[in-house]
Design a protein. Structure first.
Length: 333
């Protein structure tokens, strides 16, 4: 039977609705959670994933740390580890010049199959520099060990100290060194310490009295700066000449004191703390001034220390009568 066009359209719509119903059944059938609940569950799962990733990162860090400990640990056999480490402690004490030493072994402490703690008590005498040498090499070698306690007492009447140290080292079942002490870790002595050289520790410790209350050094007072002296003569300028009723006068501007001096020949003046005198004012716009023990010929714009110094020249007398042309004074200078 041949379907009409209208029937074909209806059939297509019916097939589409059946397909949508199938998809809904495939993805959402049996899940009656709301949209908000789905979002909340997604957020919760994302937080759980993030926490698991943090745990994984921490586990990786712990694995690296454990591998480092295994390189630094004493051999797995506690008996062998104790013997080797005891010999090393005795050798170190001898190299550091510790005297009258005794080394007592404490009972080993085993924590299941995780590690064995090997403990020693070292006693002896040494000066402070020798003790610094001992501690420097002890920590620079990088074994999996530590000094749990240290007791230092000064010996009366000498520079020696009574030293008592409690030392612990760890033996691990999976230690890389099986029949000997591990190689130095780090390989270069001093690399595992904050300061690189033995002398960096020795000098500041030996130079200080450990049995007195520490007093911070008094900082040195800063050196007082010399105050820069200002010579007022460098700031007193000839600013012009005037002639009134036949008397020629020179204008001198004292900038440090903000004063204007209008002086005639023979008049005295003071700039700062220095006295001066106008000897003569010449027609050509020059003035001879005695200031600061010297005679100088000054022109307009010169200060009292510039111009031309005069040695044995006699001062000239001012011109009499008649008016001469002079440069106009500058009151602002």
């Amino acid at each position: 039977m041949k379907l009409q066009q209208r029937e074909k359209i209806l059939a297509g719509l019916a097939m589409g609705l059946v397909g949508l119903a199938g998809l809904w059944f495939l993805f959402f059938a049996g899940d009656n959670r709301s949209f908000d609940q789905l979002i909340a569950d997604q957020t919760k799962l994302a937080v759980e994933i993030e926490n698991k990733q943090k745990l994984l990162q921490a586990a990786n860090q712990d694995a690296k740390r454990l591998a480092q400990w295994q390189r630094r640990a004493l051999p797995p056999d506690p008996v062998l580890a104790r013997s080797l480490y005891q010999n090393w402690i005795r050798s170190l004490a001898a190299r550091s010049n510790l005297r009258g030493t005794t080394l007592a072994s404490n009972d080993a402490g085993t924590r299941r199959d995780h590690f064995t703690r090997i403990s020693f008590k070292l006693r002896g005498r040494a000066n402070l520099g020798d003790l610094v040498d001992f501690l420097y090499e002890f920590y620079s070698v990088g074994y999996l060990h530590q000094i749990r306690s240290m007791d230092i007492k000064p010996v009366l009447g000498s520079h020696e100290l009574e030293v008592s140290l409690t030392i612990e080292a760890l033996s691990l079942p999976l230690a890389e060194s099986k029949d000997k002490l591990p190689e130095k870790f780090p390989k270069e002595a001093g690399q595992g310490l904050r300061l690189a050289k033995r002398s960096d520790y020795r000098a500041p410790i030996v130079d200080r009295n450990l049995f007195e209350v520490y007093t911070r050094p008094t900082p040195q007072a800063p050196t007082a700066r010399r105050e820069q002296t200002i010579d007022p003569g460098d700031y007193a300028f000839v600013t012009g000449f005037t002639e009134v009723d036949g008397t020629v006068k020179v204008w001198i501007k004292d900038r440090t004191g903000d004063k204007l001096l209008i002086l005639a020949s023979g008049e005295s003046f003071t700039v700062g703390r220095t006295s001066g005198k106008i000897e003569t004012i010449q027609p050509e716009g020059e003035v001879i001034v005695e200031f600061d023990g010297r005679r100088r010929r000054l022109r307009n714009g010169d200060n009292l220390h510039s111009g031309v110094e005069i040695q044995d020249e006699r001062p000239k007398q001012p011109a009499e009568g008649g008016k001469s042309t002079r440069s106009a004074p500058d009151r602002d200078n």
